[in-house]
Design a protein around this ligand. Structure first.
Ligand code: ADP
Length: 429
């Protein structure tokens, strides 16, 4: 507070009022005492003087209060800057003429061409945004505008243009605050959802169309054709199984997503799980002429959900048997190591010696419905959701997976899960 303002504080004006009352009392009391005026006129004079002094004081206070907005507006640059600097979203404050009063670091990196004191329209060449600023000043109402950028990457923003009166007495807004909300993650999720629904519908529609076709044929031209019935029924059964597998995987995916934020905490030993998975897939391995080996000495305990972990290794070993069968061998290894953060972790690798995966496909394999060769995946009974399920389960377990592959030299899928440190190492039976 400046000295000037301190002189007009409420405490000071109360002090001044008291002085006026005492002085008036002394003067009129004196006049009455010496007989210059009658007591009645003395009292009347005293009251008039005191009232006049009080009213004059009130008027001065009001004038000071009204004058204050100007003082605040003149000095408001710094506090405004400090407040805006503390907001995580990009924020730009404009004066009445659309010039940049101040902006924070996030706004600076969003629009590096913005300069303090320059019109915002020079740096943000978006007519809809400039119009919104004009409307905000003219109407005093908040405006919302969405816009997107294509370069360097696709990004979407919502800008909230808020006219602000820094003092309630002002009849016009004296600044406009522009706050940018990044809608990109939201839009990406929306796009992913739309793609997912389209993909799921497409995947279901194909077997459904095949089934309908066969049913029509069996009801029509092949009604009494026993041979056709014999030929069609196993195909129909396979299509129905495909639909069932897809629905099963979709339901599993949504169940895991529902529990995504709850990390499982029951200690489970991975060795019997992996052995059980390898045993369960023996028939498929035999059909494909593949030998499966499991290399595990000690128990490997992790906090986890047993059924979900069975699903992880089932998917990986089944994929190795389906896509890497030409290598004739699948090796499963269980070991321990240290995570990048220095914590003890379990490492379970599933290695095949098949054709491997070209490097451009590797980063996309865990996307839903992503397949290197759709026809081959379908022929193998794949849904394209197996590795997406694996990724989601591992995320829920705070684990991760790496994929190493050299085309022609097979593929190694390695799962990393933090060890359960509450239990000491023990021998597996
Ligand atoms: P799918 O149901 O098609 O098997 P996944 O999500 O399990 O779906 O796998 C996605 C794709 O990754 C598969 O279609 C296949 O192209 C490829 N893939 C997975 N595992 C292997 C592997 N061991 N060797 C070669 N390609 C693989």
């Amino acid at each position: 507070m400046s000295l000037n303002e301190a002189g007009r504080s409420p405490a000071n004006s109360r002090w001044r009022n008291r002085v006026v009352i005492v002085a008036a009392a002394i003067v009129f009391g004196g006049f009455v005492a010496v007989g210059a005026i009658s007591p009645g006129y003395g009292l009347l004079g005293f009251v008039i003087l005191v009232l006049a002094a009080l009213l004059a004081n009130r008027a001065t206070e009001e004038a000071v209060r009204l004058a204050r907005p100007v003082a605040v507006a003149e000095r408001s640059g710094e506090p405004l800057e400090a407040v805006i600097a503390g907001v995580p979203d990009p924020v730009i404050a404009l004066d009445r003429n659309g010039r940049v009063l101040t902006l924070n670091e996030s706004a600076r990196s969003l629009a590096p061409a913005l300069r303090q004191g320059e019109p915002v329209s020079l740096a943000l060449r978006m007519p809809e945004l400039i119009e919104a600023i004009g409307r905000a000043y003219a109407t005093g109402d908040e405006q919302r505008v969405e816009y997107s950028e294509r370069v360097p990457v696709d990004r979407w923003f919502e800008v909230i243009v808020k006219p602000v009166r820094r003092e309630p007495k002002l009849d016009m807004p004296d600044l406009v605050l522009m706050t940018f909300h990044d809608l990109t993650p939201l839009r990406r999720v929306e796009e992913m959802r739309a793609d997912f629904v389209a993909n799921a519908s497409h995947e279901l529609r194909t077997p459904l169309a095949a089934l309908s076709g066969f049913i029509e044929t069996l009801q029509g031209s092949a009604r009494d054709d026993a041979k056709a019935r014999e030929r069609f029924l196993p195909i129909m059964q396979e299509q129905a199984r495909r639909m069932a597998r897809l629905i099963d995987d979709l339901l599993s995916l949504s169940r895991i997503e529902l529990n995504a934020h709850r990390r499982p905490d029951t200690p489970v030993d991975l060795v019997p799980i992996v052995r059980q998975v390898a045993d369960g897939l023996q028939t498929l391995a035999r059909d494909r002429g593949v030998t499966v080996t499991v290399d595990a000495a000690n128990a490997v305990r992790v906090p986890g959900d047993r059924d979900e972990l069975v699903r992880v290794f089932e998917n990986l070993v089944e994929n190795a048997l389906k896509y890497g069968a030409t290598g004739r061998r699948v090796d499963i290894g269980l070991g321990r190591g240290q995570s990048p953060e220095g914590e003890q972790e379990a490492r379970i690798s599933v290695r095949d010696y098949g054709p491997g995966i070209a490097p451009e496909h590797v980063p996309r394999l865990t996307e839903r419905f992503y397949r290197v060769d759709v026809r081959e995946s379908r022929a193998q009974g794949g849904t394209g959701l197996g590795l997406a399920l694996v990724k989601h389960i591992l995320n829920r377990h705070h684990g991760r997976m790496s994929i190493e592959s050299m085309p022609g030299a097979g593929a190694t899928f390695t799962v990393y899960l933090l060890l359960d440190t509450t239990v000491t190492t023990e021998k597996t039976a």
